[in-house]
Design a protein around this ligand. Sequence first.
Ligand code: ATP
Ligand code: MG
Length: 561
Amino acid sequence: MSTKEKSLNFIEQIIEEDLKNGLSQDKLRFRFPPEPNGYLHIGHASSICLNFGLGLDYNAPVNLRFDDTNPAKEEQEFVDAIKNDVEWLGFKWDQEVYASDYFQELYDWAILLIKKGKAYVDNLSADEIAKQKGTPTQPGVNSPNRDRSVEENLDLFERMKNGEFEEGEYILRAKIDMASNNMLMRDPIMYRIINASHHRTGVNWKIYPMYDWAHGESDYIEQISHSFCTLEFLPHRELYDWFLDQIYDNEKVRPKQREFARRNLSHTVVSKRKLLQLVNEGHVTAWDDPRMSTISGMRRRGYTPTAIRNFADTIGIAKRTNLIDVSLLEFCVREDLNKITDRVMAVLDPVKMIITNYPEGQEEWLVAENNPEAEELTFRKVPFSKELYIEREDFLEEANNKFFRLTLGKEVRLKNAYIIKGESVVKDENGNITEIHVTYDADSKSGSGTEASKRKVKGTIHWVSIPHAVEAEVRIYDRLFTHENPDGNKEVDFKEYINPDSLKVITGYVEPSLKTAVSGDKFQFQRLGYFATDKDSTAEKMVFNKTVGLRDTWAKVESKE
Ligand code: ATP
Ligand code: MG
């Protein structure tokens, strides 16, 4: 075990206990087992960080296992996206494996079970099976086919495999106990017929193993020591163990299923099925829409792997399901972006400002610091001229003493540039300000060392030089759902809570140094927030996504309501 200062969580305690009881450390092996039926989301990130984190802590291999047992829902696109996301989070898997790699082995074991009288072919309809299943308080009824002879079972099972029957006509069931207190033990289904092409095995197989049959046996084949899954699988553990009992060889590591609580995030949904609905019904543009809780959406939005891993570490793992406030994730994002991004200037709601005493046609390239948090300070040049854009909300004709921005008759500093003073405004016929006229103190240039440059004024505002500014599309996001737990009320469809104002597209102006920014580049737009270059961005038309604001404004809005 690494020399971790913090106390062990309950998962680590289980592992430590097993090591104490004789499991040798080199037998530790974990896996992350996504079903490739959608893109990974923030909930999966927790599971990835848990499993791969244990791998790092114990120097143990971690497999990336695709649970691809339902060809009707699974696709290669999802496999590729999942691999990309795990890699992007910064983890390295040992083997890339697929439940479908084991279809033959699983089939052979199923035959073994039939021969041992532990499995049988049934041809009851789904309805009849459901009726015979009983209820949690009432035992089920044995199927009339439960005592089919081994020969007949072997024959039918082989014909199922050969595609002689229709979907739903026959199934293979484990013969356990129709009176078990655990409903899952009442002769659960092991195989069903599915007529669909599988993204890896094509049409070779007509029968597909159920999750419970495939999962534990896959763990066993890979010699996974600890198989961690979410709490809803707790009642499956008995079945997991029963299936292992049928094939277990004492010389080998016996995998152990243990459960931890699903992680839910406020103001979003974490379910591939629901995220798929958002995509298919056009509520978002794609799986990687920056409003989505998917890893690809968060990446496009400008979140970093470090931030997501820090978030997963901070919330840790729990035994009970609860809702984590998304503002904690945003805090982690802000904390990382603060360290790594360059500070640049952009104006998103521009108003024109003219420095009346600045020489016509003059241009200066002023020195600006890139990132004050960086270990090594670097600088760039920003162009300055007579005509600038400033933020409309940074100017008021008249204001009280608490307004530290530009007003008539008072001074502010232009970031990295000069001290200016508001002189007059030009308005259109509706009274809207179209131009602000100011004068500047030519001796006050930032960093010039003059007395005037050291003069303290009340505020500093950002700007961009109009002749040099680059026009850009800026996408501003809000919560995708207005309700903190859109999934929490079974009476109301989660889509009822979609925020109609979750995306605002505006035109802004950025300093010319951003011309070379490419997809994924991240910045702090000074005084505005963190922004990332979108993949739609081109040299002709730049596009930026707002990643997160500089501070948490949502909590304030909510408490006002
Ligand atoms: P979904 O409903 O979104 O498809 P799932 O559990 O069916 O979720 P899988 O692809 O089967 O998705 O999950 C892979 C692994 O990730 C499993 O071990 C699962 O338990 C874990 N996982 C999925 N969602 C969460 C979550 N919200 N929090 C923590 N772990 C999760
Ligand atoms: Mg699943």
